[in-house]
Design a protein around this ligand. Structure first.
Ligand SMILES: [Fe+2]
Length: 291
């Protein structure tokens, strides 16, 4: 049984005040309650999709993977048991905190806490309204966006996500870091989003290199670019178009140091016609380092 989407993500951050401004004024995420400096944000009709919580890590702290049905949830648990992979059943307090009907928690081979759940809460009586005027985020069956994880034990991480959780390879990119150094990036999908998860085979100071949010239109991305300066945000890559998912995007640094990619127009992957390819560049044009 397979995961159907990355439904939510949690970040542990040292500067919650800076993150509040970054999430609301720059990214245009909608505050969704939370308490004190435990912040929750909406991108759509879901009760929340991004959690920002205080702590010292300044990194991703958990990833929530959704399955479509209780039958799929039970089958996945049976499969984990058969493989001897340990997991913990969530108690009522954690299920309530996440707003899901059922949930298990385990640790991936890179050490990231992951949650697999079913029955997320929707709040259809309160429409998504972006405080920065973003028309909408592309979510739905494609989930919250994508995450790019750096790991030095990529073989184990790949085996977990591909063989156990059912992620499928979309393509690979050999990224040149210097004249004699390159790193292989692997892109995996679990729904039509070109990649929900990418793995970079390298040690890195943070587990998360970047996460990506896809906006509905090029105008949304353009307006977000216009907010970089007034919001005092540090841009890390210029506007560009990726070679593999054709995403038109730019990158900025979050207050935690890892980056966020703000994009649009990514191409979907359909398993019945998709062919795995390899690229030697990450971008067709643009995506030049800033600073
Ligand atoms: Fe990305």
């Amino acid at each position: 049984m397979s995961i159907s989407s990355l439904g939510y993500v949690g970040f542990e951050v040292s500067d919650t005040t800076a993150w509040k401004a970054f999430a609301e004024d720059f990214l245009g995420l909608m505050p969704a309650g939370g308490s004190g400096d435990q912040m929750r944000y909406r991108l759509d009709a879901r009760a929340w999709r991004i959690a920002v919580e205080p702590g010292e890590k300044d990194d991703i702290s958990f990833a929530g993977f959704e399955v479509d049905t209780y039958e799929a949830f039970d089958a996945l648990k049976a499969d984990l048991r058969a493989r001897g992979i340990a997991f913990e059943e969530a108690d009522a307090a954690l299920r309530d905190a996440r707003g899901v009907r059922d949930l298990i928690r385990l640790t991936d081979p890179a050490g990231l806490s992951i949650e697999i759940y079913v029955g997320a809460t929707e709040v259809t009586d309160s429409p998504f309204v972006s405080p920065a005027g973003v028309t909408s985020f592309l979510t739905g069956d494609q989930g919250v966006g994508h995450i790019v994880l750096a790991a030095s034990n990529v073989d184990e991480v790949r085996a977990f996500y591909a063989d156990v959780l059912g992620f499928r390879l979309s393509d690979t990119i050999g990224m040149q870091l210097g004249p004699d150094t390159s790193v292989l990036l692997e892109f995996y999908h679990c729904n039509p989003r070109h990649h929900t998860l990418a793995l970079a085979n390298m040690p890195a100071p943070k587990r998360l290199h970047h996460f990506m949010l896809e906006m509905a239109t090029l105008d949304d991305v353009g307006y977000a670019m216009d907010r970089i300066k007034p919001c005092g945000v540090q841009q890390t890559m210029t506007l560009g178009k990726h070679s593999n998912d054709k995403m038109v995007s730019f990158y900025v640094r979050t207050p935690s140091g890892f980056e966020v990619e703000v994009g649009c127009e990514g191409i979907p992957v359909h398993d019945d016609v998709w062919r795995v390819t390899h690229h030697e560049v990450t971008s067709m044009w643009g995506h030049k380092h800033v600073g």
